[in-house]
Design a protein. Structure first.
Length: 184
């Protein structure tokens, strides 16, 4: 009977992340972020559900405090959305073999930041939205934090980095047990 071996973190390789899949995830997330910049999720739109939720959680909250919490939630969303976009782009650049680690990090940051600027420009053309350079800055901060964290994980925790698909793509076959000094 053939034995089934589970893949461990140490066996994960960058080639296990398909470039097509990595770019598909990046594009899907970008479309999701683009949709979040629509009229329906403007300040007026989100206050319809954030305001009641905050008042339900904190019944005695002052209106000014509730408004501030809504602002913080909305701005934290910018950092998070573009951090995730940078993560997907970073993995896609690495998986495709287009860029080595530092170049992929810069490319992912630039892609996320340019996308943020385009989204804010589009929002400035909508009746219910305002394009904001501050929001582009928050988006760039999210991208920079994500890329920085990914570089830290890749260099400090290589097994986790490999499992997340953060290794440079190599078309070479992984070393065998005899080549690494381990036998199965």
């Amino acid at each position: 009977m053939a034995s089934l071996e589970a893949r461990s973190l140490s066996e994960a390789t960058p080639s296990s992340v398909s470039p097509a899949w990595a770019w598909t995830l990046t594009a899907a997330w970008a479309l999701f972020v683009w949709a979040l910049g629509s009229d329906g999720l403007s300040l007026e739109g989100t206050s319809r559900f954030l305001g009641p939720m905050i008042r339900w959680l904190f019944p005695d909250i002052a209106t000014e405090t509730s408004d501030l919490m809504q602002l913080v939630i909305r701005k934290a969303a910018h950092v998070t959305e573009y951090g995730v976009l940078a993560f997907f782009a970073f993995r896609a650049f690495l998986a495709s073999g287009w860029a080595a680690m530092p170049r992929a990090a810069v490319a992912a940051f630039v892609l996320a930041t340019v996308f943020a600027a385009a989204d804010e420009t589009r929002q400035s053309l909508l009746a219910t939205r305002l394009g904001s350079a501050l929001d582009v800055g928050l988006d760039a901060l999210g991208a920079a934090l994500a890329v920085g964290l990914l570089l830290l994980v890749r260099t400090s925790l290589p097994r986790l980095g490999a499992w997340l698909g953060l290794s440079e793509r190599s078309d070479e076959a992984p070393p065998t047990g005899a080549e690494t000094g381990t036998m199965k």
